[in-house]
Each structure stands twice: as C-alpha cells, then as structure tokens.
Design a protein around this ligand. Structure first.
Ligand code: TRP
Length: 362
C-alpha cells in the first residue's frame, strides 16, 4: 500500500460541493482534526470499502483522533426486516476493520445504537431541517430509487441524513473520509451545524469537510455498481479460490476476442482494479498501451491482479481468523471505543440542549 497517496488532493472542477477539500487548502489532514466515519453493517466489507475509505483510515491512524462508527441504527433505516442480520454484522465489520489494520490503540470503534446521545441529537436536529430539503438530498434520492421505495419511504430512511449529522457533530468531527456519494451528507451536516451555532449564539459545533479517496469507485466484477446484494464485489475475507473465481469472471472488453485484437481499457474491470491497487503505476500504463495496440491477452492482466489481491487479502484473512476466535477481545474493543464515544457525544448533547434552552436542571 502506498501511504500518503490515498488522499485526493483536489476536487474535480465539475463538482459543486464546496465542503470537499480543494488543492488551495492546506488540504491534508491536520493534527487538530477529529475524524469520524462509519459503515452500515449489512454485510462484510469488500474491496470497494477498502479502496474507497478503509485504507485512508488506516493511513490516518495516529495522525489525528479517529473514530469508526458501526452504523447499525442507520442500517435499520432501510433494512428493518433484516434486523438480526444487522446485529450479527456489527461484530463482523469490526473484525474487517481490525483485519485491515485498524489498531484499537489508535482508533476507536464505536457502536451507534449504544450511544443514546446520538438519538437525542437527531431528535433536536430534526427541528432544523425541512422535509423538502431531505427529499432533495441527492444521496437520499439515489438510494430511494435504488431500493424502489417509490412512495413507501420509511420516515427513518428519509431522515437518516439528520442522524448522520448527529454522528458527525456528536464526535465534534472536522474531517470525514467518505466516498463521493456521501458529499451531500457533509453539505447537509454543515447546514445543521450553522443553524445550531446561530441558535446558540456562538460556535459550539465545528463545520466538517470530506476527505475523498483519490481512486474512482471500484466497479463490481460484472462492471455494474458494486453491491452486497448483487454479490459482485470481492470481500476482504475472500479465500484465494474466491479471489481467483471472481477475477476470472471480471468483465473485460467484449470486442477483444483474441489477444492480438486491439482492446479498450475504459470500463475494463481488471484495469479498474489495477488502477486502484497496483503500486507500479508505470507498469500499468504500459500494459494499457499494449492492450490498446493489441497483442495482450486478458489472462496476463488477470494473473497480475490475482497475485496482487492474494498478497493484499491473505494477511487480512489470517488476522481475521485469529481475531474471530477471540470474540471477547473484539467485544472489548467495541466496549471501550463505545464508552469513549459515549463521553464525547454526551458533552456535545449538553451544549446542544443548552442551545435549545433545555439545559437547566429541574
Ligand atoms: N452513510 C454511510 C454509508 O452508507 C455510513 C455512515 C453512518 C457514516 N454514519 C456516518 C459515514 C458518519 C460518515 C460519517 O456508508
């Protein structure tokens, strides 16, 4: 892994989101930053999570204060019928974090549903947000479409950006490593922050900014969006056989029937993975040129990727297996991270209750 290369230094010009860091900023994480990110525990984590955000979090450890939130309450907003699965996966996601190199001495791992202050912050923030604003949130819109909710959107789902704002502000986070699809969440969080501060008459909450990965979102092996339900993403706990099977099945260029044919690298899933993971950038550029000219078969690329993935995932799998046999340890990590989260979220809640004139003792 190339540390220091996982941060995106500037936003593409086309993006309208001013909260993301720009090249003009001293845009690298600062020692004073507090980092919060989270994942919904609806399944085990896959390579897309790793490339999109997890390796950034590993690289940031020890440089800033960092908490990873296992967002089980958020998972329930669209998966209430799968509550048992969500509960089971809270620990699985923690195992994935630890296996990928998250060190509990440097990073707290906290469980959202065990932090009651976050729920109370959410209820207070709901008064500062309109239904129309939530319906316009591009992330919510895209997810509603994806899930086919039509007019049957659970209220909790429509409001989850407010709950996510509670997560971020509850930890006084200033930096949020997320995928680009989450930028509207950062924007909406900062709107809430400004309203709370106006209400308080002073700055009680800091605004936050996104930290984006410098690699584009990894496609699924079939070239579609990677998703747990489609089973088209490589789990971080995959065996070598699974890795091989999934790499062999990767979508390439259908017009590249023989190795001698010139090929297209755009939309080529193996190249997308090499771009995200192969440290030898020059070699990949050469392979692309060769592929375009013709004379390079897909198997050469697939073998290269298999080797890379096996080298990346094998140590994670080993560490995961060791940790999985020591559940008491994993639970202890969650308990301690959550206890520290409880303290900070309660201190934020006190300030926010004051802002709403709810501070006085009875
Ligand atoms: N919405 C995020 C996702 O689906 C998960 C999440 C929950 C999160 N709370 C968060 C991300 C707070 C960043 C900060 O991936």
């Amino acid at each position: 892994m190339q540390h220091g290369s996982v941060f995106q230094r500037s936003m593409p010009d086309s993006t309208p989101h001013s909260q993301a860091q720009s090249a003009a900023d001293a845009d690298m994480p600062r020692a004073t930053d507090r980092i919060l990110t989270g994942d919904r525990p609806t399944g085990v984590l896959h390579l897309g999570h790793y490339v999109g955000s997890l390796r950034t979090r590993v690289a940031l450890q020890g440089r800033c204060d960092q908490t990873l939130l296992i967002a089980d309450l958020q998972a329930l907003t669209d998966s209430s019928g799968r509550a048992a699965l969500v509960a089971e996966h809270a620990e699985e996601v923690a195992l994935d974090y630890l296996a990928a190199g998250i060190d509990p001495a440097l990073t707290d791992i906290a469980v959202q549903s065990r932090l009651p202050a976050l729920a109370e912050l959410t209820v207070l923030y709901l008064n500062l947000v309109t239904v129309a604003r939530l319906e316009r949130n591009p992330t919510v819109k895209a997810e509603v479409e994806l899930r086919g909710f039509a007019r049957d959107i659970p209220a909790g789902f429509l409001c989850y950006p407010v709950s996510q704002a509670a997560d971020i502000t509850g930890f006084r986070a200033t930096l949020v490593p997320v995928g680009e699809d989450q930028l509207p969440m950062i924007e909406q969080t900062n709107e809430i922050v400004r309203r709370v501060n106006r209400l308080a008459g002073k700055e009680i909450l800091p605004e936050c900014r996104a930290l984006l990965s410098n690699t584009p979102r990894l496609p699924g092996i079939d070239g579609r969006k990677a998703s747990k339900s489609l089973g088209n993403a490589i789990p971080l706990s995959a065996t070598n056989d699974e890795i091989r099977r999934m790499v062999r099945a990767m979508y390439t260029d259908p017009g590249h029937a023989r190795a001698s044919d010139p090929g297209r690298v755009e939309g080529h899933v193996v190249f997308a993975h090499l771009d995200a993971l192969d440290p030898d950038v020059d070699a990949v550029a050469e392979l692309k040129a060769h592929y375009r000219r013709g004379g390079l078969g897909d198997m050469v690329l697939k073998r290269r990727l298999e080797e890379l993935l096996e080298a990346l995932i094998a140590p994670m799998r080993k560490r995961r297996a060791e940790l999985a046999s020591d559940r008491a340890y994993v639970r202890g990590v969650l308990r301690e991270g959550t206890a520290r989260g409880d303290a900070i979220t309660h201190s934020v809640l006190r300030d926010v209750r004051d802002a709403f004139s709810l501070g006085a003792p009875l």
